[in-house]
Every structure is written in structure tokens, then in C-alpha cells.
Design a protein around this ligand. Structure first.
Ligand code: NDP
Length: 605
């Protein structure tokens, strides 16, 4: 199937630029990321309680390990699989959850679905011989895929579920990490691989009075089916007599809201910033077409998706994924094709991209007018910011939900969020909305302080040095995966590494590399491995020198976790990526491994 460009309307660029700026300024808060409350102290149950599995009952474990993998989501599963393949067998995956899955274990709200092309997003498809059912997989299928990887690579026997790592200390006398848990375990591990994933810790809006509410509350990442009834496919029959409020209209809320609306007596949607919503357009995966592409099809598709999302197509490059993520690049390619692919400067390309971006967003705003009947509600649902300022969302049901008589949209943008929570409900725009239940669709600790994101105290390397102090002024790593002063500690995720449009491809890249380092360190009879100060300084320099200057873009975006809530101290949700890109980074790592001398790493006895 040929993927065609979309029809986009003409725009008044200067007027829209002004409007975008006004909408952004309206929402900027002086407290930035600190407006959120941690799911700790009085709020710990929003993180630590597991509504999905019976409590894990076991004796404390005392054990010497080669590797402790912290986290059993895709990052941890991939790292552990690669370690096992490399012959490193004495390992454990430790996770608070009752099973593998990470974000896909915890997020089981009704309607949960993957927003990224499943043939790209679900990792290791060819290795475990699985082809997803739908272009956008439902949560249950993604969760099952995590378990499939766990079974395929024999990882279940390594797992310590229901286990929260509370402290990590490097013990020089035994050249191991002491891993402290909530279960009194005594784990002494040669290596630790950090795999928390970006959506590990729910956060709550720091709304005055949040603790005073007498009704029921929960976070979307800990859905309370005992209260609502039903399951991920819907049927929330217990809500029939309930007045329900949901705070937040991000990617989670967009999927949940149509289900709540179908079942609640009345649903109040508290919206600060509208998401942009394109068609879902789900369809079964064409299995024969996938098979016909032969071995390596998934990597090719991932690379094509990455080009569309981060780079832009060149002459003759097809758009294999063909969805809202790839629209701007597809439309640009069509324009350039019509112009005969002229030689344009970087600035000209950026300007052209900006126009295509504005047009695509205008298309989505007009779509709202065509679906939502009430003019005021339609206006409030319109997103005025650039593509990728916020997470793209896709739903065929979200917008029509606002035509229902039992649904009210409450725009809280003027007050920069919900004003207050009382014993009985929510105060917004001077009115109190009395409700039985408040659902927090308020997201995760993604760009907040690292200490909050990891929740491990202390996290201490050689000489008791705290990682949080060590990185207080920004990441300092070699290849984003190791840091000086913290021997045998490896990181996955958005640090100073290669960032792919497809997060799981990044986890694969990192899992491969970390498994190589650990295998080689053990094979060379070394007790420790860490970057030299010099190699680390050089990598930090490379990262800074090659960084893409996109600060202006983020500064102009409406606040959210993508731009660290618009704070002056910019912290991207993508960390500090390697500027030349994910695939250049892949080659760099491959070359480094092929050289075989572990350059920049110091092996110790
Ligand atoms: P988000 O951080 O995207 O959304 C949080 C929401 O809460 C925002 O709408 C925010 O408004 C709102 N909010 C916060 N504080 C207040 C307040 N005081 N008053 C009113 N509203 C408030 O969290 P999500 O869980 O929706 O999504 C997080 C990420 O998880 C996504 O971006 C995506 O990467 C991932 N995800 C992926 C899915 C998939 O692939 N299917 C599905 C769901 C999530 P504002 O925007 O104004 O800050």
C-alpha cells in the first residue's frame, strides 16, 4: 500500500505563532516540575500497592550474584536476555511488580493500547517468532509479549517479584554492590544494571487539599477494578451511580475517558492542556506482507519509522508506518518531490518543516469542529502548540465522548490547573464539583529530579559518593551507560546515548552493549570495570559539541514533561542524546566492540 500525504489546510502563520505563545504563557507555572507530588510518604500507596497480584510471600534472600537487573520491563528483559545469551547466568531481575511487563504490567486501565506501530514497538519479534495482531496492540498483548520474552529466555527463574530496591551501595571490600530491598534481602552483586524505564513512578498533581478528599481516588497506573468493575476491555458497571472526575488529558486519559463516559453517572474531565488527537485507524497486521519481507524486517521497519519521526525522508524512501507520527515527514517529502528535490539549506528545511507542522496541527483542530457539537467545548479541546511539543494521541472515540450529556469538560487552563480539592470534590473556575471518585491521570516522574525518579537512597558508589550529587550538574557518562566512581554499574534509558523514535530499539542497543561489557569483564578475569575520568570527560564533550540545538523549539512549547514544564533549566525527557543520531551511535558502539580493547574503560582486579 502506498502511503499518501494528508490534505492540510492553509494557515496564517504569524497569527498562529502569537496564539501558540499566548497559550504557552497562560500555562507556565513558577513551580515548574515541583508542582507535582511524589508517590511517597503519605502517597506511597499510589506507587507501592499492587492491585493486580496477590502479595508475594517469601523469606529474605541472601545471595551472591553476577548481575542484578533492576526492573523487569522491556529494558530489563532485553538486558537480561542478552546477558544469558552471553553466558552470564547468575543473574536476577528484581521488580516491585508481580510479573514482568514494567509499564505494561502496571498500566491496565480500560482501553490501554500502544500508540506506536506494534511491529516497531514490540521488541525481539523475529527472535521470539511473534507477529502482533493489530497495528496498535492492546495493552494485554504488549504485556503478554513481555511475558513471552521472559519465558523464551528462561528469565522467570531469575525473577524476584514484589521486591522494591531501596538502597544500592558499592562495597569496596568485596568489590560488589549491596542491594537493599523492602524484604530484607542481602544481595551482593558484582554488577547492577539499572532498568527503571521512563514510566516507572506515577506522580500526583500537588493540588492544595489533595489529601482532604473523602471519596475514592487512584492513579491510572494502578487502576482500581474493585471500585469500577470491568477490565481493560471495559464493562465498568460499578460506576453506574457514581460521579467521577478525571484530572489530566494526556495519553493515558485519552484512552480511559471514553470508557468512563460510557459507564459513569456523570464524568467531569478536568483539562489544563488539550492533547492533539488524530484518528486511531487501527487494523489487523498483514502477516503475509510482513513475512514476505524476509529476515531483518523488524529492524528495517524500525529504521524507517526513526527516519520519519526524527530525520525526514529522502527521495524514494517509502513511509512504511504511515500514521500520525510520520505525517509531517511524509507531507514534506511529497512537497520536496513535487519541487524535484531541490538543494535546500538546513534553515530552509527547518522553515518548511515548521509550515508543514502548523498545517498538520490545523488539520487536527478543524477535525475537532467536525466532531464536537458544542462550540465552546470544541474550542477548549483545540491544541495550540507544535507537533511533538506534547505526546501525539490517537483515538476514534475520545472526541465524540464530549457530545454525551453525561460528560462535562472543565477547562482549568486559566488557573494553571485545578484550583483546590475539598472533602467533597474539586474546585475549578470558582465552582465546586462534588464527586464520588477522583482519578489522577497525572503522569509519571520523567523529567523530575533523578532522586525522585529512582527512589533509591542511598545510591552510593566508591567512597560513598552519591550518584545524585555526582550528576547534580548533568549526566557524566561514557556512552550513557557507565559513570566514573561507580564501578560495575550500568544504565539504560535516556542518558547520554542514542535516542530512537522507538524506545525499545534503544533498550536493545543498550542491552547488547552492556551484556558485551559484562561478559568481557568477567572473561578477562577483572573484578571491576568503570570509565576512566578522561574517557568520560571526552564523551561528555562529544555529547555537548554534537547536541542538536533544539532549545528554542522546546522553549516555545506549552509546558509538560517533554520540556520539563517549561522551566529555565532545560531537562529533556530524552536526556542528552548523541547528536549524530541513533544509527550513528549504533555504528560507533559496534566499532568499539569490534576493536576489542574496551577503550575508555578501566578493568580492575
Ligand atoms: P501526562 O504527563 O502526559 O499527562 C498528565 C496530565 O495531567 C496532563 O494532561 C496534565 O496537564 C494534567 N495535569 C497535571 N497537573 C494538573 C493539574 N494541577 N490540574 C489539571 N491537570 C493537571 O501523563 P500520561 O499518563 O497521560 O502519559 C505519560 C506518558 O506515558 C505519555 O506521554 C506516553 O509517552 C506514555 N503513554 C503511552 C501510551 C501508549 O503508548 N499507549 C498510553 C499512555 C501513556 P498539562 O498537559 O497541562 O500538563
Amino acid at each position: 500500500m502506498i502511503c499518501k500525504p494528508t490534505q492540510t489546510p492553509e494557515i496564517d502563520l504569524p497569527a498562529l505563532r502569537d496564539k501558540y505563545r499566548q497559550e504557552r504563557d497562560k500555562r507556565i507555572r513558577a513551580d515548574g516540575g515541583n508542582q507535582y507530588v511524589e508517590a511517597a510518604d503519605g502517597f506511597a500507596e499510589y506507587y507501592e500497592a499492587d492491585p493486580y497480584s496477590p502479595p508475594v510471600i517469601r523469606e529474605p534472600v541472601s545471595q551472591e550474584l553476577d548481575v542484578a537487573v533492576l526492573g523487569g520491563g522491556f529494558a530489563g528483559l532485553i538486558a537480561a536476555a542478552r546477558l544469558k545469551q552471553a553466558g552470564v547466568l547468575n543473574l536476577r531481575i528484581i521488580d516491585l511488580a508481580g510479573d514482568f511487563g514494567g509499564a505494561w504490567y502496571w498500566n491496565r486501565y480500560p482501553g490501554i493500547q500502544c500508540d506506536t506501530d506494534s511491529c516497531c514497538y514490540l521488541p525481539m519479534l523475529e527472535e521470539v517468532n511473534y507477529i502482533p495482531k493489530d497495528k496498535y496492540a492492546y495493552g494485554a498483548e504488549v504485556y503478554e509479549h513481555c511475558r513471552r520474552i521472559g519465558r523464551h529466555f528462561g528469565l522467570y527463574e531469575t525473577a524476584l517479584f514484589g521486591t522494591l530496591v531501596r538502597s544500592l551501595r558499592w562495597d569496596e571490600s568485596i568489590r560488589r554492590w549491596r542491594v537493599g530491598t523492602n524484604r530484607g534481602d542481602d544481595l551482593r552483586s558484582r554488577f547492577v544494571v539499572m532498568c527503571p524505564g521512563p514510566f516507572n513512578r506515577p506522580k500526583l498533581p500537588g493540588i492544595p487539599g489533595i489529601q482532604s478528599f473523602r471519596g475514592h481516588t487512584f492513579h491510572t497506573a494502578r487502576w482500581d477494578y474493585d471500585y469500577t468493575g470491568g477490565d481493560t476491555t471495559g464493562g465498568l458497571h460499578k460506576l453506574g451511580d457514581k460521579l467521577v472526575a478525571i484530572i489530566g488529558t494526556g495519553a493515558s486519559a485519552i484512552q480511559v475517558i471514553p470508557f468512563l463516559a460510557r459507564h459513569a453517572r456523570h464524568l467531569y474531565v478536568f483539562q489544563r492542556t488539550p492533547s492533539y488527537i488524530d484518528d486511531r485507524g487501527n487494523q489487523p497486521v498483514d502477516v503475509e506482507m510482513i513475512k514476505a519481507q524476509g529476515p531483518g524486517w523488524q529492524k528495517k521497519r524500525q529504521a524507517n519509522f526513526h527516519t520519519a519521526a526524527f530525520v525526514g525522508f529522502g527521495p524514494g524512501e517509502p513511509d512504511l508506518v504511515c500514521d500520525g507520527w510520520t505525517e509531517v515527514s511524509r507531507n514534506m517529502a511529497a512537497k520536496l518531490e513535487a519541487m524535484g528535490w531541490p538543494q535546500l539549506t538546513f534553515l530552509q528545511l527547518i522553515e518548511m518543516r515548521e509550515i508543514e507542522d502548523y498545517k498538520a496541527m490545523e488539520r487536527l483542530r478543524r477535525r475537532i469542529d467536525s466532531v464536537v457539537k458544542d462550540r465552546q467545548t470544541a474550542e477548549a479541546l483545540k491544541p495550540y502548540y507544535r507537533f511533538l511539543c506534547k505526546r501525539p494521541c490517537f483515538s476514534d472515540e475520545y472526541l465524540p465522548t464530549f457530545n454525551r450529556p453525561n460528560v462535562t469538560l472543565i477547562d482549568v487552563s486559566q488557573s494553571k490547573g485545578v484550583e483546590r480539592i475539598t472533602q467533597m470534590g474539586i474546585v475549578a473556575n470558582g465552582a465546586e464539583y462534588q464527586v464520588d471518585c477522583i482519578i489522577f491521570a497525572s503522569g509519571f516522574e520523567i523529567t523530575t529530579e533523578l532522586r525522585r525518579r529512582f527512589g533509591i537512597e542511598p545510591l552510593a558508589g566508591r567512597g560513598g559518593l552519591s550518584l545524585y550529587d555526582h550528576w547534580a550538574d548533568g549526566y557524566r557518562t561514557l556512552h550513557g551507560m557507565m559513570t566514573y566512581g561507580f564501578p560495575n554499574l550500568c544504565f539504560t534509558g535516556f542518558t547520554q546515548a542514542g535516542v530512537s523514535a522507538n524506545t525499545t530499539a534503544m533498550f536493545e542497543q543498550q542491552g547488547n552493549h552492556i551484556a558485551y561489557i559484562i561478559k568481557e569483564t568477567l572473561a578477562r578475569g577483572a573484578a571491576t570495570v568503570e570509565p576512566t575520568q578522561q574517557a568520560q570527560d571526552q564523551w561528555v564533550r562529544i555529547i555537548r559539541e554534537t547536541s542538536i540545538t533544539d532549545r528554542q523549539f522546546w522553549r516555545e512549547c506549552t509546558p509538560g514533561y517533554y520540556n520539563n514544564e517549561g522551566e529555565e533549566v532545560f531537562r529533556s525527557h530524552l536526556g542528552e542524546p548523541y547528536g549524530p543520531g541513533f544509527y550513528a551511535f549504533d555504528q560507533l558502539l559496534q566499532q568499539w566492540r569490534d576493536d576489542g580493547n574496551m577503550e575508555g574503560l578501566l578493568l580492575g582486579k
